[in-house]
Ligand binder design. Sequence first.
Ligand SMILES: [Zn+2]
Length: 421
Amino acid sequence: MDIVSAASGCRSCRQDGLITFLSLGAIPLTDAYVPQTLVGDPEPRYPLDLAFCPGCSLVQILLTVPPEEIFERYSYYSSFSETLLSHSREHVGQLIADRHLASDSLVIELASNDGYLLRNFVEQGIPVLGIDPALGPADAAEAIGVPTLREFFGAGVAARLKAEGKVADVVIANNVLAHVPDVNGFVEGIAIILAEDGIAEIEVPYVRDLIDGLEFDTIYHEHLCYFSITALDTLFRRHGLWLERVQAVPIHGGSVRLTVGRHPDERTSVTAYLEQEEAGGLSRIDYYLEFAGRVAEVRRGLRTKLLELRSGGSRIAAYGAAAKGTVLLNSSGIGSDLIDFVADKSPHKQGKYMPGVGIPIVPPDRLLQESPEYALLLVWNLRDEVVREQRAYLEAGGRFIIPIPVQIEVGKEDLPSAPSG
Ligand SMILES: [Zn+2]
C-alpha cells in the first residue's frame, strides 16, 4: 500500500537541496495504538527525518502520509479541552471588536473541528462557515448550529465558494497549516476567499520554541512543517498576502498567532521577529545542526539513566500515552524491557499498547497500586497538572523523571505543602 510519498524539493519554495539535519529513526504513526489481538504483529514504520531548506529556511519532514490516512478517522474533539475553549472565547471577543463584525459579515474557519470556536460567533449573530474533513467532529459542529463543509481546504474549494459569492471578512486557521501537504494550495485558497480588506488569523507552533525547548518529541509524521516567521513571510508574499502582525501564544508548547492581509501596513512586530530570527541564526543550517547534537545527547542520556535504574532493581512506569510519548520512546530505544506500563486517563487508549514499543496502557490508579520507584513523564508539558493529580504516588515515595528539556527528577520533596485546615 502506498501510504507515504517522499518530498521532491521544498514544500514551500520547491527548490531542491533540502538538508536533513535530524533522523529520529523508523517510527510508527503516533496514533496507531495497538489492540491486544495484534500485539507482536509487525507494525508499519516510516523514517522520521527533519530537513532544512536553504532556499526559504522552511524546516520540514521529508515524507508525507496522505491526510486521508489521518484526518477522516480523526477523533479528537476540541471541545474536551478547557484550555482551548477559554483561549478561543477570548480570541473571538477580540476579533468581533477589532474587525467590527456584524450580521452582514462572514467568518470562515479552516479545520473548524467540532465548532468549538465558531459557535462563539454564532451566539453573537455573526454568519460563519466551517470547513473540516473529519466527519465525526463536523457532525458535532452542525448539531450546535455551525454550518460545516466536509472537505479538505485548498485553492479549488476557495474558488468554488467565491463563485457562490462567499468571501470572508475573517479567515481563521488554528493549528492546521503545519499539517497540510500542499501549503501553497492552502495559502492560495486563503488569498482567493479573503475579502479585499479582510484578514486571516493563523496559529502555528513556532519552530524556535521547539528548538530552544528541545521539544523533539513534537516532531511526527502528521506534522509536516515547522515554521519560522522568515519562512512564513516568504510563503505568504508568494500568494500576494502580507504578514501584518505576529504575537506569541502559550499553546501547544509555544505557538505564534499571525495576522495576514492584502496590504503591507504596519509591520512592526513582523520586522522585530525577522530581525531576532536573523540574529538567532534561524535562516542558517548551523542552528539546526546544534539542535540535533543536543537531541542525540538527550536520547542517549535518557536510555542510559533508565538502564542504570533497572539494573539497580528499580521498577519503572511511564505517564501519558500521548503522540509525543510514541516519538520519545521509539526514537530513544525505550521499550517494554525498561518500562512496565504507561498510565493514561483516556479510556480509548487503556487496554491498548504504545505503538512500536509494545508497552501496555493502563488506568492511572495503577501507578499508586503498584508504586513503581520511577515514572517517566511522557507528557512533560502537563507536569504541574500530573504532579497535582498524582500527589499520593509521590507521597508514597514514587518519583517522576522529566525527560525534556533537561532530565530532572520530581519527588515528594518538590510537592507544595498541603493546604492547612
Ligand atoms: Zn524552501
